[in-house]
Design a protein. Sequence first.
Length: 374
Amino acid sequence: MPYYITYGEFQKHLKDYYTRTGNRLQFTEMSDYLYKKGLLQETNTPSTPEGFFDDMTDDEFEQVINSLTLTLSATWETPVKSAVQESDIIPLTRDVFVIRHPRYTRPQNHMHNYFEINYVAQGQCNFIFEKVKRIMHEGELCIIAPSSEHDIIIEDDSTVFTIIIRKSTFDTTFFSLLSRRDLLSYFFRTILQDDSHANYLLFFAADNVWLKKIIRNLIGECNKSDSYSNHCCINWVNLLFSSLLRNYSKTIQFYNYQLGSDFSLVLQYIQHNYQALSLSALAKLFHYSEPHLCTLIKQNTGYTFTNLIKRLRMADAVDYLLNTDLKVSEIAEKIGYNSADHFSRVFRATYKISPQEYKKKNKKQNLPFVPFSC
């Protein structure tokens, strides 16, 4: 039998318990505590948010969250799990589920078989990943891959929203978005696909107004129960990922269990300096031998350094051809070729068509460009 309580009431009891005893409880432990105290309701009076929340202040939206209803399991005395499954937390009818992360909970490192996104909307939190702690600040967003041991601890009244996505949904619905022409997107797709090792992506979104609007509306949609709600939630997450990759790709850091965190800087440097970058200069800058750097690039992107640079140039060339009125000579200069003739020869060898013909054909037919497919 399910029981009910509002977010606000549940959070108040967590904070009061900590203030009174100096101890913290995990979510399931607090659920048991409230059940034994008779503080849960057997009937649900749902509060369904209506409209959009773009113009609300943080305090006003906090009141909306506090009015929402939590549905708690009727199975009590359940031990706290270190391995959480999708079925433990995501409703059956949902592909995406969003909560405000509870504050004042007891630390408990855990892992799960779904993707988790944590967004610091206000204040800060402690992020523990593979037993290493860092502080996440307001505006930062972290995507945690399955099979990664981690924890989020909020020690004050900061606000962190947690988005939970089924792995199957991520693979089928959002995965293609992470394979755009951006090298980092391509690499992230690779590391997030491998759920045998711990990985995370961290975005530093200092100007977070748009992200906050997306996540607010995602939360509101997640608390509706009509037949359109799940599909709308998926679309809001698509907007979230698109915004992250469009606006914050230069700020991304990642952790890869096998490589460590330093290689992310190499990839960022390649992405933003490929126009005039040599292997020897890159190896010297990051203190790798050239053969070892070649091996790392090949293992983690699937391409040699030379082929990778060419593909990045061609991907940007297509973008310029389809979305600007730049001349071929101007495009050649922007992507690092010394002459328009050299650029045209490489482009024709890659796409079997000249840059001018490609632009005319694809603009006329409005065909989509599939990056890294040639």
